[in-house]
Design a protein around this ligand. Structure first.
Ligand SMILES: [Zn+2]
Length: 234
């Protein structure tokens, strides 16, 4: 193994300790709860927003029904002031027909109001539930966060030690190789550096093409075309 690669391999072995700590933190039940509660809180907020839009729609529907009620009420008032005795049979028939129309309209209005009322009740009910869920989620989030922050604080000394060691090692590594390694690590891939094993990439088991093998032999390492990790020969 080339000396430069060997330094990179050592660096990765130290970073493995850091990855282990971070993985344990990610899998910590408090962290899992924290993430879940944040999700519940956000989805409750979104639900509340959409219910608010539903409520706005219901209000505008109500305005329409109210307008229609007012129109029919005015018409009915007009008929109430008529002296029916002075009307001819033909006029009376006409009035009767119009009154029937008003009764039908008022019937429809009543039905619409009832259904609007039910709709508004359902919206309020859902809104109430969303609010309760958001409050529960926020409380649970707070508790989990408090616990998790303590756990993070407890592991910070060990983490800082490793980070300092990595910094020290970085100064000794070929910058172009280190940059390649870091670019892979940004994609959260670990290990980023793998040995060639029986002619295959040590991570994804893909066989590098002949030109890549030539490059590997010349410079000591090559990028895997499949998983993009750095392959080195041991
Ligand atoms: Zn690979």
């Amino acid at each position: 193994m080339q000396a430069e690669i060997s330094k990179m391999v050592k660096y990765q072995a130290v970073e493995a300790e850091l990855v282990k700590i971070d993985k344990a933190l990610e899998a910590n039940p408090n962290k899992v709860t924290l993430n879940k509660m944040a999700e519940v809180f956000n989805s409750s907020l979104k639900l509340a927003e959409s219910l608010e839009r539903d409520a706005e729609k219901a209000v505008s529907e109500f305005e329409k029904v109210k307008k229609s009620y007012n129109l029919n009420y005015e018409k009915a008032q007009k008929f109430a002031s008529l002296d029916l005795e002075k009307l001819s049979d033909e006029q009376l028939n006409k009035v009767n027909l119009e009154l029937e129309g008003i009764v039908t309209n008022l019937d429809t209005i009543e039905k619409n109001l009832l259904s609007l009322n039910k709709g508004v009740d359902a919206i309020l009910d859902k809104f109430d539930k969303a609010k309760k869920n958001a409050v529960i989620a926020r409380t649970n989030y707070g508790k989990a966060k408090e616990n998790f922050d303590k756990i993070v604080a407890n592991s910070s000394a060990a983490r800082n030690k490793i980070v300092a060691e990595l910094k020290k090692l970085e100064a000794t590594i070929n910058p172009s190789l280190l940059n390649k390694y870091k670019a892979i690590r940004e994609g959260k891939l670990f290990p980023a550096l793998v040995p060639l094993q029986s002619g295959l990439c040590g991570a994804c088991r893909m066989k590098p093409p002949i030109f890549a093998m030539t490059k590997l032999n010349n410079q000591g390492f090559v990028e895997c075309e499949n998983c993009h990790r750095i392959i080195y020969s041991e």
